[in-house]
Design a protein around this ligand. Structure first.
Ligand code: ZN
Length: 467
């Protein structure tokens, strides 16, 4: 499989470093509220990636963390009058429920920041010992960015931009030596309440960037195959992870970087103040299914911003119906029961007649191309003309590709039958058209449209289609 690598800016083949298992780390959610669909675009695309790797025959080890201590979790748990632990546990459970509804495979390991404080302290000790970190007057510990010359390689930023970027993100940290330096350990402040831990530098809590580095070392080692997140994490978060990890372990860290572009809503940025920051529950309340939301989130290429509108959800509904109808027609011919299990698909191991779709999927995860190829392959496929064996293999091949995309098929709905008055109008229109009375034909066409119907004409007949 080929995948674009943010660090080298090239499409590179993926081969597990250990020759067996592709080891993947994805930055997980901060659990202080419901994840919105912009967050889920990243997680859903990562899920398609993992499924494609696994169905392609390579097992994965997928680690995704839970950020359960930072400014936001502490602030909002206090507002809610809950302990940090009970507050983040509730939002973690909600996140898991949304993931399940969206058909995301569970990570093999899902470590939490609070459960790995000693690991983070051990990493800071190493960085202090090697001269890459220093303790400031207030008891906080900072990473010395100037001591790591490769800093900025991932984000391709010049030194000046790094200073400016850091100044914007960490403006409250006035005691550090350089604007670009970032906190590894934050000294206890009054507003942290009871949320602090003991360390060799005094009471406090780890900086946000550190948790990923510490958990990667614990579960994936000093070098691993692939690191992923949204593009907004490239700088400073991932840049900081590289600096902490490389300087404390001497390893090379991730060999491939996979970043997913933003989700836009109605052509603009999502924000709470504009009222366009949707959660899965918001969309379900409007009558859409999680399967439709997932379909929209995978439908654009992951490297381009995806514009979410309600129209895209309606289109997803239609697309899923088309797929469901085709699947049902193959199933009817083949006489199969329910959909095959994920493990059956891994054993099947082939896209068969959907080889074109598979080729696009494994070439930098071109999901829109793959979906187009699937529709192209089923467009003129008449399942009633297949023999049982052909229907059976096509049914399995279709599930193989849909399994990689994690598409959940709805029940196939029968085509709506036109009411008698619509049929009568259509007959009148057809008669007018045959006698070349174009004005009358147009009038009947408009009346049909007003009732939600149109026709598709051939030379000898017409077909009624709901609008
Ligand atoms: Zn991270």
């Amino acid at each position: 499989m080929l995948l674009h690598d943010t660090l080298t800016r090239t499409d590179r083949p993926l081969h597990p470093l250990d020759g067996k298992t592709l080891r993947i780390y994805c930055c997980g959610p901060t659990v202080y509220g419901p994840a919105h669909i912009g967050n889920f675009r990243t997680f859903v695309v990562q899920d398609v990636f993992r499924r494609t790797v696994e169905l392609g025959g390579t097992p994965t080890l997928h680690v995704r963390n839970i950020t359960d201590v930072d400014d936001k979790t502490i602030r909002d748990s206090q507002k809610a009058g809950q302990t940090l632990g009970s507050f983040t546990a509730e939002w973690t459970a909600k996140f898991h429920a949304d993931c399940e509804a969206l058909n995301l495979l569970r990570p093999h390991v899902e470590p939490s920041a609070v459960a790995h404080i000693p690991h983070q302290i051990a990493m800071i000790e190493k960085l202090m010992a090697s001269g890459h970190a220093y303790k400031a007057e207030d008891g906080s510990v900072y990473f010395k960015v100037g001591a790591f010359h490769e800093y900025g390689a991932l984000s391709h930023l010049e030194k000046r931009e790094i200073r400016l970027g850091a100044a914007q993100t960490d403006s409250d940290e006035y005691s550090k030596e350089s604007m670009a330096d970032f906190a590894l350990w934050k000294a206890r402040k009054d507003e942290d309440g009871v949320n602090f831990w003991a360390s060799p530098w005094g009471e406090g809590r780890p900086g946000w960037h550190l948790e990923c580095s510490a958990m990667i070392l614990e579960y994936l080692g000093t070098e691993f195959d692939l690191h992923s997140g949204g593009v907004d994490l490239i700088f400073p978060h991932h840049e900081n992870e590289i600096a902490q990890s490389c300087c404390s372990t001497g390893g090379k860290f991730a060999s491939h970087w996979f970043h997913i572009a933003h989700l836009m809503v109605d052509g603009g940025k999502m924000s709470k103040s504009l009222g366009n920051l949707f959660t899965l529950a918001d969309l379900q309340a409007k009558g859409y299914t999680a399967a439709e939301v997932r379909y929209v989130l995978i439908s654009g290429h992951y490297r381009a911003p995806l514009n979410f509108t309600f129209h895209t959800l309606d289109s997803a509904r239609q697309a899923l119906q088309k797929l469901a109808k085709h699947e049902a027609s193959l199933r009817a011919k083949y006489g199969a029961g329910g959909a095959p299990k994920y493990d059956d698909l891994i054993r099947h191991g082939s896209a068969g007649v959907f080889a074109d779709a598979w080729a696009l999927l494994t070439n930098d995860l071109n999901v829109p191309g793959a979906l187009g190829a699937v529709f192209g392959a089923i467009k003129d496929a008449d399942s009633t003309a297949f023999d049982v064996e052909t229907a059976k293999s096509r049914w399995m091949d279709l599930h193989f590709v849909l399994g990689a995309l994690g598409v959940i098929l709805p029940e196939a709905q029968p085509d709506a039958e036109a009411p008698a008055e619509v049929v009568a109008l259509a007959e009148q229109r057809w008669a007018a058209k045959q006698s070349k009375d174009w004005a009358a034909a147009d009038k009947f066409r408009d009346e049909l449209a007003a009732l939600g119907w149109t026709t598709k004409d051939s030379k000898t007949e017409y077909k009624l289609i709901p609008l």
